[in-house]
Ligand binder design. Structure first.
Ligand code: G3P
Ligand code: CA
Length: 228
Protein backbone atom coordinates (compact mmCIF):
# COMPACT_ATOMS: atom_id res chain seq x y z
CA UNK A 1 0.00 0.00 0.00
CA UNK A 2 1.42 3.42 -0.93
CA UNK A 3 2.08 6.16 1.59
CA UNK A 4 -0.77 8.45 2.68
CA UNK A 5 0.37 11.86 1.45
CA UNK A 6 0.00 15.14 3.30
CA UNK A 7 -0.31 18.16 1.00
CA UNK A 8 0.03 21.49 2.80
CA UNK A 9 -2.84 23.67 1.60
CA UNK A 10 -1.63 27.14 0.54
CA UNK A 11 1.54 26.09 2.38
CA UNK A 12 0.45 25.70 5.97
CA UNK A 13 -2.51 28.04 5.66
CA UNK A 14 -3.85 27.23 9.14
CA UNK A 15 -0.67 28.52 10.76
CA UNK A 16 0.78 31.21 8.51
CA UNK A 17 -0.41 33.75 5.95
CA UNK A 18 -1.59 31.61 3.04
CA UNK A 19 0.42 31.27 -0.17
CA UNK A 20 3.50 32.99 1.27
CA UNK A 21 7.06 31.67 1.45
CA UNK A 22 6.71 31.67 5.23
CA UNK A 23 3.68 29.41 4.93
CA UNK A 24 5.54 27.07 2.58
CA UNK A 25 8.56 26.87 4.87
CA UNK A 26 6.22 26.00 7.76
CA UNK A 27 4.58 23.21 5.75
CA UNK A 28 8.02 21.76 5.01
CA UNK A 29 9.03 22.01 8.69
CA UNK A 30 5.84 20.14 9.62
CA UNK A 31 6.76 17.31 7.26
CA UNK A 32 4.33 17.84 4.38
CA UNK A 33 5.04 15.59 1.41
CA UNK A 34 3.63 18.18 -0.96
CA UNK A 35 2.73 21.87 -0.89
CA UNK A 36 -0.19 23.37 -2.74
CA UNK A 37 -0.23 26.95 -3.99
CA UNK A 38 -2.48 29.01 -6.27
CA UNK A 39 -1.10 30.76 -9.34
CA UNK A 40 -2.20 33.71 -11.45
CA UNK A 41 -0.51 35.38 -14.40
CA UNK A 42 -0.16 39.11 -13.85
CA UNK A 43 1.61 41.29 -16.42
CA UNK A 44 3.67 38.31 -17.60
CA UNK A 45 4.70 37.19 -14.09
CA UNK A 46 3.40 34.09 -12.29
CA UNK A 47 2.26 35.27 -8.88
CA UNK A 48 1.14 33.05 -6.02
CA UNK A 49 -2.26 34.27 -4.91
CA UNK A 50 -5.65 32.64 -4.37
CA UNK A 51 -8.04 35.52 -5.01
CA UNK A 52 -8.32 37.80 -8.03
CA UNK A 53 -8.64 40.67 -5.54
CA UNK A 54 -6.12 41.83 -2.98
CA UNK A 55 -8.40 42.68 -0.08
CA UNK A 56 -8.69 39.39 1.84
CA UNK A 57 -5.01 38.43 2.05
CA UNK A 58 -2.99 41.65 1.64
CA UNK A 59 -3.04 45.28 2.73
CA UNK A 60 -3.96 46.25 -0.85
CA UNK A 61 -7.36 46.78 -2.42
CA UNK A 62 -9.03 45.87 -5.68
CA UNK A 63 -8.00 43.57 -8.51
CA UNK A 64 -4.38 42.38 -8.87
CA UNK A 65 -4.52 42.97 -12.57
CA UNK A 66 -5.13 46.69 -12.06
CA UNK A 67 -1.82 47.20 -10.21
CA UNK A 68 1.73 47.25 -11.48
CA UNK A 69 4.04 44.40 -10.55
CA UNK A 70 6.14 46.81 -8.51
CA UNK A 71 3.09 47.90 -6.54
CA UNK A 72 1.98 44.29 -6.00
CA UNK A 73 5.39 43.20 -4.78
CA UNK A 74 5.45 46.09 -2.30
CA UNK A 75 2.27 44.87 -0.55
CA UNK A 76 2.16 43.04 2.76
CA UNK A 77 0.66 39.56 2.31
CA UNK A 78 0.73 38.96 6.08
CA UNK A 79 3.45 39.22 8.73
CA UNK A 80 5.57 41.28 6.36
CA UNK A 81 5.58 38.63 3.62
CA UNK A 82 5.41 39.62 -0.04
CA UNK A 83 3.23 38.01 -2.69
CA UNK A 84 5.70 35.38 -3.97
CA UNK A 85 6.49 34.52 -7.56
CA UNK A 86 6.20 30.88 -8.60
CA UNK A 87 9.96 30.80 -9.18
CA UNK A 88 10.53 31.83 -5.54
CA UNK A 89 8.28 28.98 -4.44
CA UNK A 90 10.27 26.47 -6.50
CA UNK A 91 13.52 27.80 -5.02
CA UNK A 92 12.13 27.68 -1.48
CA UNK A 93 10.82 24.12 -1.77
CA UNK A 94 13.97 22.98 -3.55
CA UNK A 95 12.70 19.42 -4.03
CA UNK A 96 12.00 18.82 -0.34
CA UNK A 97 8.37 18.15 -1.29
CA UNK A 98 6.38 18.02 -4.50
CA UNK A 99 4.68 21.22 -5.59
CA UNK A 100 1.01 21.25 -6.51
CA UNK A 101 0.45 24.30 -8.68
CA UNK A 102 -3.22 25.17 -8.96
CA UNK A 103 -3.89 27.16 -12.11
CA UNK A 104 -6.35 29.78 -10.91
CA UNK A 105 -6.20 32.16 -13.80
CA UNK A 106 -6.46 31.94 -17.58
CA UNK A 107 -3.34 31.58 -19.72
CA UNK A 108 -1.34 30.11 -16.85
CA UNK A 109 -0.73 26.62 -18.29
CA UNK A 110 1.96 27.56 -20.82
CA UNK A 111 4.12 29.79 -18.58
CA UNK A 112 3.84 27.36 -15.66
CA UNK A 113 5.02 24.51 -17.90
CA UNK A 114 7.85 26.65 -19.26
CA UNK A 115 9.06 27.18 -15.69
CA UNK A 116 8.70 23.46 -14.92
CA UNK A 117 10.78 22.71 -18.03
CA UNK A 118 13.49 25.09 -16.89
CA UNK A 119 13.75 23.31 -13.53
CA UNK A 120 13.63 19.84 -15.09
CA UNK A 121 16.08 20.44 -17.93
CA UNK A 122 18.40 23.03 -16.37
CA UNK A 123 18.33 22.27 -12.66
CA UNK A 124 17.90 18.48 -12.69
CA UNK A 125 14.43 18.31 -11.16
CA UNK A 126 11.97 15.52 -12.05
CA UNK A 127 8.47 15.84 -13.48
CA UNK A 128 7.34 13.99 -10.33
CA UNK A 129 8.36 17.08 -8.32
CA UNK A 130 5.24 18.76 -9.74
CA UNK A 131 1.50 18.27 -9.92
CA UNK A 132 -0.46 20.82 -11.95
CA UNK A 133 -4.16 21.08 -11.12
CA UNK A 134 -7.18 23.21 -11.90
CA UNK A 135 -10.95 23.44 -11.89
CA UNK A 136 -10.58 24.94 -15.39
CA UNK A 137 -10.49 22.08 -17.87
CA UNK A 138 -9.57 24.31 -20.80
CA UNK A 139 -6.49 25.40 -18.87
CA UNK A 140 -5.54 21.78 -18.12
CA UNK A 141 -6.01 20.87 -21.78
CA UNK A 142 -3.59 23.69 -22.60
CA UNK A 143 -0.77 22.00 -20.65
CA UNK A 144 1.61 21.45 -23.56
CA UNK A 145 3.71 18.57 -22.20
CA UNK A 146 2.17 15.11 -21.53
CA UNK A 147 4.90 14.38 -18.99
CA UNK A 148 3.58 17.02 -16.59
CA UNK A 149 1.43 15.26 -13.94
CA UNK A 150 -2.12 16.63 -13.88
CA UNK A 151 -4.78 16.64 -11.16
CA UNK A 152 -8.39 17.43 -12.00
CA UNK A 153 -10.13 19.47 -9.31
CA UNK A 154 -13.77 18.56 -8.79
CA UNK A 155 -16.30 20.14 -6.54
CA UNK A 156 -18.87 17.36 -6.66
CA UNK A 157 -17.82 14.36 -8.76
CA UNK A 158 -20.34 13.85 -11.57
CA UNK A 159 -21.11 10.59 -13.38
CA UNK A 160 -18.79 11.72 -16.19
CA UNK A 161 -15.84 12.73 -14.06
CA UNK A 162 -13.79 9.80 -15.44
CA UNK A 163 -14.25 11.04 -18.98
CA UNK A 164 -13.20 14.56 -17.96
CA UNK A 165 -10.15 13.15 -16.21
CA UNK A 166 -9.19 11.19 -19.32
CA UNK A 167 -9.66 14.22 -21.56
CA UNK A 168 -7.25 16.32 -19.51
CA UNK A 169 -4.83 13.35 -19.07
CA UNK A 170 -5.22 13.50 -15.29
CA UNK A 171 -3.34 11.07 -13.07
CA UNK A 172 -5.27 12.28 -10.00
CA UNK A 173 -8.63 13.73 -9.02
CA UNK A 174 -9.06 16.28 -6.25
CA UNK A 175 -12.66 16.26 -4.97
CA UNK A 176 -14.14 18.31 -2.13
CA UNK A 177 -13.94 16.23 1.06
CA UNK A 178 -17.66 16.08 1.72
CA UNK A 179 -18.37 14.18 -1.50
CA UNK A 180 -15.77 11.44 -1.02
CA UNK A 181 -17.26 7.98 -0.57
CA UNK A 182 -15.75 4.48 -0.58
CA UNK A 183 -17.50 3.86 -3.90
CA UNK A 184 -15.96 6.95 -5.48
CA UNK A 185 -12.46 6.08 -4.24
CA UNK A 186 -12.75 2.52 -5.59
CA UNK A 187 -14.06 3.78 -8.94
CA UNK A 188 -11.25 6.36 -9.27
CA UNK A 189 -8.63 3.74 -8.40
CA UNK A 190 -10.10 1.36 -10.97
CA UNK A 191 -9.53 4.11 -13.53
CA UNK A 192 -5.92 4.50 -12.41
CA UNK A 193 -6.56 7.86 -10.74
CA UNK A 194 -5.14 8.83 -7.38
CA UNK A 195 -7.54 10.63 -5.01
CA UNK A 196 -6.52 13.75 -3.07
CA UNK A 197 -9.51 15.40 -1.36
CA UNK A 198 -9.51 19.05 -0.24
CA UNK A 199 -9.51 20.43 2.44
CA UNK A 200 -9.37 18.10 5.47
CA UNK A 201 -8.56 19.91 8.69
CA UNK A 202 -10.31 17.93 11.43
CA UNK A 203 -8.45 14.82 12.66
CA UNK A 204 -11.68 12.79 12.47
CA UNK A 205 -12.18 13.82 8.84
CA UNK A 206 -8.57 12.97 7.99
CA UNK A 207 -9.01 9.55 9.62
CA UNK A 208 -12.29 8.95 7.74
CA UNK A 209 -10.64 9.73 4.41
CA UNK A 210 -7.61 7.61 5.18
CA UNK A 211 -9.91 4.70 6.05
CA UNK A 212 -11.70 5.15 2.73
CA UNK A 213 -8.38 4.56 1.01
CA UNK A 214 -7.66 8.01 -0.45
CA UNK A 215 -4.05 8.61 -1.47
CA UNK A 216 -3.61 11.73 0.64
CA UNK A 217 -5.31 14.97 1.64
CA UNK A 218 -4.93 18.71 1.36
CA UNK A 219 -4.82 20.27 4.80
CA UNK A 220 -4.17 23.67 6.34
CA UNK A 221 -2.56 21.85 9.29
CA UNK A 222 0.07 19.48 7.86
CA UNK A 223 1.03 18.05 11.26
CA UNK A 224 -2.48 16.52 11.50
CA UNK A 225 -2.08 14.46 8.31
CA UNK A 226 1.61 13.51 8.42
CA UNK A 227 1.74 9.90 9.55
CA UNK A 228 -2.08 9.69 9.82
O1 G3P B 1 -6.42 22.41 -4.62
C1 G3P B 1 -7.31 22.18 -3.59
C2 G3P B 1 -7.99 23.44 -3.13
O2 G3P B 1 -6.99 24.40 -2.93
C3 G3P B 1 -9.00 23.96 -4.12
O3 G3P B 1 -9.78 25.01 -3.62
O4 G3P B 1 -10.40 27.35 -3.23
O5 G3P B 1 -8.73 26.31 -1.75
O6 G3P B 1 -8.14 26.88 -4.11
P1 G3P B 1 -9.22 26.43 -3.16
CA1 CA C 1 -5.96 26.07 -4.17
Amino acid sequence: MSQFLCIGHRGAGGHEPENTLRSIRRALELGAHGVEIDVRLVHGELLVMHDAKLDRTTNGHGYLIRKSLTALRALDAGQGERIPTLREVFQTVNRRAFINIELKGRKTAAPVCALIHEFVYTHGWQYADFLVSSFHRTELRAVPDPQVPIGLLLTRPTRLYGLSARRVRACAVHPAVRYVTARFVADAHRRGLRVFPYTANEPAEIARLRDLGVDGVFTDFPERAVGA
